[in-house]
Design a binder for this molecule. Structure first.
Ligand code: ADP
Ligand code: MG
Length: 458
């Protein structure tokens, strides 16, 4: 380990030992060692007012570490301007993975303690706040596995699914996890649009060497919305070489797309073939319970109570997109702030999201009638039989599927659904819902049946 880093780690250790955790978090964790020049240590602080704290409380720590590591009386200076973004990118790209012993002395570097900031990775998207459900558990597991073993079995990892289902979130979560474990990992996150623009810009400036250097010397390339590369022949060509260079060196690639690789028309076959070399994982829309769990997770930051009814109501309004759920919470926040509300009832929620619902074609209101009719058509059972009392197996199955879909696709309460099914009790609806849900987990055929029916309903 380089001596500067040994010194800095000793400083952090001594600070931790001597300060209260809260003081350490606030005054020390954002600090960085810029460099040590002769006997002058330069420290970056993210705010000038923290300097006083350092002068008063960190003096003995700095002295101790200086004598221990350099056997010298070091003087401390402070700096408050962060390094420019460009400079930082260059440094990141030059940093060898898991090995910071080769950093050039002439090149001042921040020896970061966590959290480490990265120019293109969003710190707010982590595994911790990614709510797991049946719809995304495999994608999440694969993403976690990749973060723990870059360039291993799942290379590339290809995640696909509809808009607003958490693909970008997972990509960033991988980046954040890898950075946390290895602050010096060379990572790049780009949307395909950015990749195209970057490529064209470097081409225009006749600077392809730098482009290659940036994209081929990585430990992890996270590339979002790969479907956007369609019809961009020259960019695809370049991406092909980037892919090969990374893959041959066992460097990890993670891609996302709005569709299955098999449906990536207008993308070169040789690329698509490569996308399927590793692991392909789909994210589907979250079911009702997962939508509730996501809402619960996201509404924690707001200073008012959401009743359970409200959460169930919201989960019933937006089926196919987590972004819409978040949007709904923002609408509610606006209204709640204006009216200084302390509790969010169904009425308030309904009022807040009214305009969002009207502008969202995906959320056309589905009626229980329509569900009963389409389920009946599919299984060859009449609506009367669905509502009736007969206990013949295929009728019971159709009835339970219809109840399940009524809970999934409408915002009706359980008692209301029960009423629409010949005046049944709400516990019967709950039982049907759970039963179908359990069956779905084991029965692919049923999943296909439900998808077919859903498509008829919408
Ligand atoms: P995509 O890239 O698939 O279009 P995003 O990753 O941008 O979707 O997700 C849209 C929003 O929904 C983001 O704010 C993201 O944090 C949130 N989101 C999606 N899925 C989840 C989840 N399972 N848990 C928590 N938040 C989620
Ligand atoms: Mg996205």
């Amino acid at each position: 380990m380089e001596q500067e880093q040994v010194f800095w780690e000793r400083v952090l250790q001594l600070a931790k030992d001597n300060l209260k955790q809260s003081a350490f978090d606030f005054f020390v964790s954002g600090a960085r060692l810029v460099n040590i020049n002769g006997s002058i240590v330069t420290i970056f602080l993210d705010s000038p007012f923290k300097k006083l704290f350092w002068e008063e409380n960190m003096k003995s720590v700095m002295l101790t570490a200086g004598f221990e590591i350099y056997n010298e009386h070091l003087k401390t200076e402070y700096q408050f301007d962060p390094v420019s973004k460009e400079e930082k990118i260059v440094q990141d790209n030059n940093k060898p993975f898991q090995n910071n012993s080769q950093q050039a002395d002439s090149n001042p570097t921040y020896l970061a303690n966590t959290p480490f900031t990265h120019p293109d990775i969003k710190p707010q998207y982590t595994f911790d706040n990614f709510v797991q459900g049946d719809n995304n558990q495999w994608a999440k597991a694969a993403a976690l596995a990749v973060s723990d073993n870059l360039g291993g079995l799942y290379n590339p990892l290809f995640i696909f699914g509809g808009p607003g289902l958490g693909k970008t979130h997972l990509l960033n979560a991988i980046g954040n996890k890898v950075l946390l474990d290895n602050p010096h990992a060379r990572i790049k996150y780009v949307s395909s649009e950015t990749f195209i623009n970057d490529f064209l810009e470097h081409l225009r400036l006749n600077d392809m060497d730098n482009f290659k250097k940036t994209y081929r010397n990585l430990d992890l390339l996270l590339i979002d919305d790969i479907q956007s590369l369609r019809n961009k022949a020259s960019t695809q060509e370049e991406f092909f070489h980037t892919f090969n260079a990374l893959h041959e060196n066992s460097k990890q690639i993670v891609l996302t797309s709005d569709r299955n690789p098999d449906y990536l028309d207008n993308l070169e076959e040789r690329l698509v073939t490569r996308f399927k070399w590793g692991l392909t994982s789909e994210i589907t829309p979250p079911d009702f319970e997962t939508r509730i769990a996501i809402l619960r997770n996201k509404c924690e930051i707001y200073p008012y109570e959401f009743t359970d009814d409200t959460l169930a109501y919201l989960a019933g309004q937006f089926h196919s997109n987590v972004r819409d759920l978040e949007g709904a919470l923002k609408d509610i926040h606006l209204l709640a702030t204006m009216r200084k509300l302390t509790e969010i009832t169904v009425d308030v929620a309904a009022e807040a999201i009214r305009s969002r619902k009207q502008t969202n074609p995906q959320n056309t209101v589905v009626s229980i009638d329509k569900i009963q009719t389409e389920v009946g058509n599919f299984y060859g059972v009449s609506v009367k039989e669905i509502k009736g009392a007969k206990r013949v197996q295929h009728i019971v199955h159709a009835r339970q599927v219809a109840m399940y879909l009524a809970r999934e696709l409408t915002d009706n309460s359980l008692p209301k659904i029960g009423k629409e099914f010949g005046g049944r009790d709400h516990t019967t609806v709950m039982h049907a819902y759970n039963k179908i849900k359990t069956m779905l987990a084991e029965d692919d055929q049923l999943e296909i049946e439900l998808t077919t029916i859903r498509n008829k309903i919408r």
